[in-house]
Design a protein around this ligand. Structure first.
Ligand SMILES: Cc1ncc(COP(=O)(O)O)c(C=O)c1O
Length: 337
């Protein structure tokens, strides 16, 4: 009953198989290998668009390098007040952007409202040298309350941002869960809705450690700058074939979708069970995360019975399901309650 995080899950056996296959003899370093070429082509097929991809081993580095590319040191990045970049990355975006400021907005269920975005952008006066002009918008999909931004919601926010000259970034550490939930095509939740740069995560899906920064459309022209930033930041793995091999494993035969759909299904089953027991949920369950208002007694019963979960800053219990969550783990946790 490990519901602590999808980063606690093991790597999928297919990922290990592909890593073993890639472990045959020498290969060119720093991304000049065949696996990197193949992974980039598979990503381009998946998103149905020409793109450039920078391979990274952690989601934090992916967000920070992507936003460093989009926002100058004197600018600001608008994000939700609960965004991972704002609450959980120890200033990585500020560090990699050489000082850009994060500008948090509120919004229900982790979603930024178009009105709040419009409001902050309308007040910007570029000539007023003392204030920080926003230069990028960053949305998380799934967001930090486990909720999705639909294609329509993404497009609305992106269009407001673009109208005010901002670039649009998505933290897609769990985009696969949003895709599985909405049934949208990867293009629809990203570039076709105005997303310029995507931090696309596969680690939480079932990789050992595989994230990519995807540059869509004209942003692809900034690939050389991204490469320079990856190198200087120490985020250019010399044996990049092993990151690429993991991406190939998850994209081939749409394994990513199967794994994300399973994780979502397990979260929905847990949410149903909790609701049947009268446990209130704080947010709609639209992916692989469930936020529940447990009593102290319920929390203790679960913990004593061996269930792992995190208590969130708002006091709720956060349960995360993964590609390998078994239905029996859900029924055992519900039985404890
Ligand atoms: C929404 C979101 N973005 C980014 C990250 C960062 O990923 P990493 O832990 O690989 O740096 C996480 C990690 O939990 C996350 O939940």
């Amino acid at each position: 009953m490990n519901f602590s995080s999808d980063t606690a899950a093991p790597a999928h056996p297919k990922v290990i198989e592909h890593l073993a296959q890639a472990n045959a003899g020498p290969a060119a370093s720093y991304g000049d290998d065949g696996w990197t070429l193949q992974a980039e082509a598979l990503l381009s097929d998946l998103f149905e668009a020409p793109l450039r991809a920078g391979f990274i081993a952690s989601g934090t580095a992916s967000n920070a390098l992507a936003l460093g590319l989009l926002c100058p040191p004197t600018g600001g990045v608008i994000c939700h007040q609960h965004a991972h970049i704002y609450c959980d990355e120890r200033g990585a975006v500020e560090f990699f952007s050489h000082g850009a400021k994060l500008l948090p907005l509120t919004g229900e269920h982790g979603r930024m409202s178009p009105e709040a975005l419009q409001d902050i952008l309308q007040k910007v006066d570029e000539r007023f040298v003392h204030a920080i002009p926003p230069k990028a918008l960053s949305l998380s999909n799934l967001n930090e309350s486990g909720c999705v931004y639909s294609a329509k919601q993404t497009a609305r926010l992106a269009s407001i941002a673009h109208d005010h000259g901002l670039s649009v970034h998505v933290d897609g550490a769990r985009l696969v869960n949003a895709l599985a939930f909405t049934g949208a095509k990867p293009a629809e939740l990203t570039w076709a809705s105005g997303v310029d740069v995507l931090s696309f995560g596969l680690t939480k899906t079932g990789a050992m450690g595989a994230e990519t920064i995807l540059l869509f459309g004209a942003n692809a022209e900034r690939f050389d700058e991204l490469e320079a930033r990856r190198k200087r930041a120490g985020h250019m793995p010399p044996k990049q074939r092993f990151v690429a091999a993991q991406i190939i494993a998850l994209l081939e035969d749409r394994l990513w979708l199967e794994l994300a759909a399973h994780a979502n299904e397990m979260a929905a089953a847990l949410a149903d069970g909790l609701q049947n027991l009268g446990v209130p949920l704080l947010h709609p369950v639209e992916g692989n995360e469930v936020f529940a208002a447990l009593t102290a007694d319920q929390s203790a019963k679960l913990q004593e019975g061996g269930a792992a979960f995190h208590v969130w800053p708002d006091g709720s219990a956060r349960f995360v399901t993964c590609w390998n969550t078994e239905p029996e783990e859900i029924s055992k946790a519900l039985a404890l309650l």
